[in-house]
Design a protein around this ligand. Sequence first.
Ligand SMILES: *Cc1c(COP(=O)(O)O)cnc(C)c1O
Length: 376
Amino acid sequence: MTSDNSNIFDDLGLNPVINGRSWVTILGGSRMVPEVSQAMYEAADRFIDFNELNKLAGERIAQYTGAESGLVVSGASGGLLMQAAACMAGSDPDLIMQLPDTTGMKDEILIHNKHRFGYEVCYRTAGANLKEWGAGDKPLTEQLRSAIDDQTAAVAYVFGPWLSCELSLQEVVAIAHERDVPVLVDGAAMLPPAENLRRYIVEGADMVTFSGGKGVRGPQSTGILAGRADLIEAARLNMSPYAGVGRASKVAKEEIAGLLAALERFVSMDHEEEWATWRQWSETIVDAGKDIIGLKSVIEDGDPNRQGPTAVFYFEENWDGPSSSVIQQRLAAGSISIHVGTGSYADELYVSPVALEPGEAVIVAEALRAEFSSNN
Ligand SMILES: *Cc1c(COP(=O)(O)O)cnc(C)c1O
């Protein structure tokens, strides 16, 4: 299938953007690989039994993740919503239709104070109350143990840039499981590396969710949910094609087909080769800051807070050119709109290579060079 859909964007008068900020939803997520578009196109024109499709897709996800069961959800956000619904209402038809009113159900999800994040609203959408732990003076293990009570529906554990607590997932799992409380992992942006597909399940998570539309490069609206069979079954019953709280985050058959195609590619591709290509692009980009006074230009490779081997320009004391945010704005407003990041660690500008296409690194480098040598 040729990619004709850009014509609609052209008709609307939308300018294409070079994405140096990684798989961010605000720029369109990721670029679907051709086998994904093809799978969606082929799925679009036929009817199937949706429950059968969910079951078979779930079996595939179970194979890829090593979990008992799997489900395609609407983004990792949809995964968080379904995790919460599954842990509160389970598979009970009346409780499912009662949510987000949790009267009579366990409805607290424990979250470490260093794991608080914007997407926790997805847990609350299902009706859960978040109960924070981790800020006290006692050892964390003790704090977690005493935070669990008869209202605890689950313990959340979030993997993400800038979010980390001192207790490992295994330690949290061990304590939660003493009381038969399930542990819910958000690993939305943790793929690649592909090993993470299995890692959290091996470490004892009861359910884990990943974005399908970030590094996996499936449809932007998809997510992966994997875990214990009874909980995944509960999640399935709380969402479309039924009318529970998850109905509003429907996943279409085309999206399921697309995600499966993306996953198949993702688990069989050469990730080292892809990383090497990203690294090469970052070398091209970081060269734009070479020999410029007041700039420290480096590639940060393997930093858990960065997506891929990232070109970073630190603005030092003796930098007297335009500020990082001025450069960022000018690049975005240029005749070729280039989006870069600023300010993760310090006064810095960064370019993540993971959403670039061949040829774009050179364009980004040239634009940066022009900005770095302008003196206002
Ligand atoms: C991106 C992200 C999400 C949301 O994922 P979607 O697939 O866009 O719904 C949730 N949690 C974390 C940590 C993320 O990075």
